[in-house]
Design a protein around this ligand. Structure first.
Ligand SMILES: Cc1cc2nc3c(=O)[nH]c(=O)nc-3n(C[C@H](O)[C@H](O)[C@H](O)COP(=O)(O)O)c2cc1C
Length: 351
């Protein structure tokens, strides 16, 4: 099957799909993902079952550590099909309280040579009520594939609304404080802003909470040194530990400028950001120890990449650009190669 082998996908399917604009190609993928029966049929070919891959994230038992990152299924529309693809968990969203159109187009670019993307989507969302309805319809999926809902907003009130409404419908909530495409979010990238938000979120919190951190790079319009940015992120991590956040997701896209985007700047993802992901995971692990789990997110394409970030201290990995460049067999291929790498490195089971 062409689409489930990442090599044939890359050489035969991807060139056809990439003749379409990124958002049109995503629309075509979503059309296929609405065919639930197709993915149920393919599911045995996409899953790797091994007790050696099982792990626990903030008390949630996972069949493998490879999660789908936020942003692929923003409106929680195709969770059953995504759950057939062999991911250990699915992150849907980012969901916002009210419907939003997002930024003007063009707002997604491909850097094909680098297997990277730049997006300036700016949270297009059908809003909270729609996401809650979609999630209520797919509760049975959670028995096999835990679901994490990513939520965000530019006010505490909006984020709290999303958290309270979606928490009972999912296994964990991830609060996205780090999209580079929504300027109003930056108040939560200040320690005081995050502290105030988490104080309120923690009132009546029932389920694990993840915070998706920004990378060590300031927004494109605020240049600064890498060290300042590293200290800023470590400051946020301390706030998360104090508020007993369950895990940090490390990290979001890296702010870059590109004049082909209607808004002139966006967030970079894909293979090129992997070295930075690895460095951040190692830095944060040294600060956090066992106080919180780490989800490594950014540029993971292979089982070797996954092994490196897990060994550096991550509990799980999240993947998005890899799915777009390597197709629906990505979780299987990462998990198979992860097992082979564990054999080579004489690692019996994951943490
Ligand atoms: C097209 C696109 C849309 C994204 N949308 C979101 C989003 O809604 N919420 C979020 O937290 N991250 C979003 N991200 C960031 C990804 O979740 C992830 O942090 C980033 O792409 C790095 O991982 P990757 O290299 O595996 O893609 C988006 C990324 C892309 C490429």
């Amino acid at each position: 099957m062409l689409i489930i082998n990442p090599d044939t996908y890359k050489t035969l399917v991807r060139p056809l799909l990439f003749k379409l604009s990124p958002e049109t190609a995503q629309g075509a993928a979503e059309f296929l993902l609405h065919q639930d029966y197709l993915w149920k049929f393919l599911s045995p070919l996409l899953k790797v079952e091994s007790p050696r891959l099982e792990t626990t994230l903030a008390g949630i038992r996972l069949k493998n550590p490879i999660g789908l990152a936020a942003g692929y299924d923003k409106d929680c529309k195709v969770i059953p099909s995504l759950s057939s693809m062999g991911f250990g968990y699915i992150t849907c969203g980012t969901v916002t309280a009210m419907p939003r159109p997002g930024n003007p187009k063009p707002r997604v670019l491909r850097y094909v040579e680098d297997e990277a993307l730049v997006n300036a989507l700016g949270f297009p969302s059908k809003g909270l009520a729609n996401a809650a309805d979609e999630l209520a319809r797919v509760q049975e999926v959670r028995a096999n594939t835990p679901i994490v809902a990513s939520v965000s907003g530019v006010t505490e009130e909006d984020i709290l609304k999303c958290h309270r409404r979606l928490e009972p419908l999912v296994d964990a909530i991830e609060i996205n404080i780090s999209s580079p495409n929504t300027a109003g979010l930056r108040i939560f990238q200040e320690t005081d802003g995050l502290d105030a938000l988490l104080t309120k979120v923690n009132v009546g919190r029932q389920r694990p909470l993840f915070i998706k951190l920004p990378p060590y790079l300031s927004p494109a319009d605020h240049p600064s040194t890498g060290d300042e940015e590293r200290d800023r992120v470590l400051g946020l991590v301390e706030v998360c530990v104090r508020h007993e956040v369950s895990a940090v997701t490390v990290s979001n896209t890296w702010p870059v400028r590109d004049s082909r985007l209607a808004v002139g700047s966006g967030g970079l993802s894909g293979r090129v950001v992997f070295p930075d992901t690895l460095r951040m995971v190692a830095d944060l692990k040294a600060v956090i120890g066992d106080a919180m789990a780490i989800n490594a997110c950014g540029g993971v394409f292979s089982g070797v990449d996954a092994f490196k970030v897990l060994r550096a201290g991550a509990t799980t990995v999240q993947v998005l650009t890899g799915l777009i460049y390597r197709g629906p067999g990505i979780a299987r291929s990462i998990n198979e190669q992860l097992l082979a790498t564990m054999d080579e490195e004489r690692v019996v089971v994951l943490g």
